[in-house]
Write a protein that binds this ligand. Structure first.
Ligand SMILES: [Ca+2]
Ligand SMILES: [Ca+2]
Length: 164
């Protein structure tokens, strides 16, 4: 699917220079890692109790959309509109097409299970509206998306797809 998207872009550009020409509006998206989607509202009634709560059901999925580049999440930063922040402090390798679910609560991080826990039982993503920022270790922005429950989640299931 990633290959098809790139091919479509090249055809649409209709020029041999397409591969080297980067549209200004796409500059934000030259990042390999982007937001695949977010379960901003955990199913059920929100409870931030570390034991028995549902914070772990709230998650952000970050995917490596590159065709060839493997990326280590170490040093990447996720922030919300209020400035709450999570930094990936451990190595977690994402091969092309690979993804990770950043879940709330406590658990065992696992490459094979594609999961990293925030080790914080409080919810991070507001259920009414919020903004998701992802920064590279350099501080450059990798991706950003704002949402509202009323405008971004037509089926109201608490999940929004971005780059799919
Ligand atoms: Ca939430
Ligand atoms: Ca939805």
């Amino acid at each position: 699917m990633r290959i098809r998207l790139v091919a479509t872009t090249a055809v649409a550009a209709g020029a041999l220079t397409a591969l080297s020409a980067v549209p200004a509006q796409a500059a934000e998206y030259d990042s390999a890692l982007k937001i695949r989607g977010i379960q901003y509202d955990a199913p059920g009634s929100d409870s931030n109790r570390c034991s028995g709560g549902n914070t772990a059901e709230e998650y952000l999925t970050i995917k490596n959309y590159s065709r060839s580049t493997t990326v280590n999440l170490k040093g990447y930063v996720v922030k919300d509109a209020a400035g709450n922040k999570f930094t990936f402090t451990a190595s977690h390798t994402l091969q092309p097409g690979d993804y990770v679910k950043l879940r709330g609560g406590n658990g065992t991080d696992s490459d094979t299970r594609n999961v990293v826990y925030r080790d914080n039982c409080n919810f991070m993503w507001n259920n009414d509206k919020d903004t998701i920022y992802v920064y590279k270790p350099s501080g450059a922005r990798a991706d950003v998306h704002s949402y509202t429950r009323s405008g971004s989640d037509p089926d109201r299931n608490g999940y929004i797809t971005y780059h799919g």
